[in-house]
Design a protein around this ligand. Structure first.
Ligand SMILES: Nc1ncnc2c1ncn2[C@@H]1O[C@H](COP(=O)(O)OP(=O)(O)OP(=O)(O)O)[C@@H](O)[C@H]1O
Ligand SMILES: [Mg+2]
Length: 259
């Protein structure tokens, strides 16, 4: 059985996609078979992983088809891309922005992604990583309903903790109503630097999350932006500072969750 992890925080630009891609890349390095799911209509994960619009289908197509009870293994196979670094992923596109509409009259609409990932094809993966969009809507609830764990990247910036209460409310709602096994897998402090602000956020997160906060800090470095631009994970670079940090946080994840 695969372990399904949602990377979520409704706050924009906190490092969700960077974290999703680089944990995926580090897991591949550790010999795991990994599937990324781009659940953001902005399709940043797809782009970062080098998507060239080669597949027939995207995640929105799978969700529409599953909502109509019409999903075949063939359609799933034709939605999975094999990336140069060994990461498989299902791409997204702007069509996903209308998920609210295409799911509005569907029964159990928050469980469509879960229904998709229950298919046998997905058993081949050790870990499935869902890159969530910055919102608390139906796509996030789908990710949380399908997931075993939620990883929350938090940017070491002013107002970083605002909004975590709402995120936790959604998490609790999903846990209570549709997915009792859901857990907060961990919290990652991102874009950490040598400022008092960073320190203050760190102290607050330590108090709030205790051991759920990963020990590894992801520092603020320009190489993050270069990596997205070059469509190569930080982990794949030789001597990458952030690549080393992402490998280290992934090792914490592996140790904790025993994948
Ligand atoms: N450790 C880092 N240091 C410096 N810049 C970073 C770091 N991590 C990510 N970035 C940059 O910050 C921006 C936002 O990162 P990213 O896209 O991963 O965030 P996100 O939470 O997925 O955003 P969104 O909410 O829009 O999906 C990107 O330009 C990225 O390259
Ligand atoms: Mg993103």
């Amino acid at each position: 059985m695969s372990k399904i992890i949602a990377i979520g925080n409704q706050k924009g630009g906190v490092g969700k996609t960077t974290t999703a891609v680089n944990i995926a890349a580090a897991l591949v390095r550790r010999g795991k078979k990994v599937l990324g799911i781009d659940l953001d209509p902005q399709a940043n994960m797809s782009e970062y992983l080098g998507y060239d619009y080669s597949t027939l289908y995207s995640i929105s197509h799978l969700m529409i088809t599953a909502a109509n009870n019409d999903l075949s293994d063939e359609v799933i196979a034709q939605s999975i891309v094999h990336n140069a670094e060994g990461i498989d992923y299902i791409p997204s596109n702007i069509q996903l922005a209308s998920a609210d509409l295409f799911l509005s009259n569907v029964m159990c609409r928050e469980q469509i992604l879960k229904r998709i990932l229950k298919r046998e094809t997905f058993d081949q993966y050790d870990v499935i990583i869902i890159d969530c969009l910055p919102s608390l809507g139906i796509l996030l609830t789908n990710a949380l309903a399908a997931a075993d764990g939620l990883i929350i990247p938090v940017q070491a910036q002013k107002f970083a903790l605002d909004g975590l209460v709402q995120l936790e409310q959604v998490y609790q709602m999903v846990k209570l109503n549709v997915n009792p096994d859901l857990n907060i897998e961990g919290v990652i402090l991102t874009m950490y630097d040598n400022t008092n602000m960073s320190k203050a956020v760190e102290t607050a997160l330590e108090a709030k999350y205790g051991s759920a906060l990963y020990v590894t800090r992801i520092h603020r470095r320009i190489e993050a932006t270069n990596s997205t631009y070059e469509q190569k994970s930080l982990v794949s670079y030789k001597n990458s500072f952030l690549g080393t940090e992402y490998i280290s946080v992934t090792d914490e994840f592996i140790e904790r969750s025993l994948v």
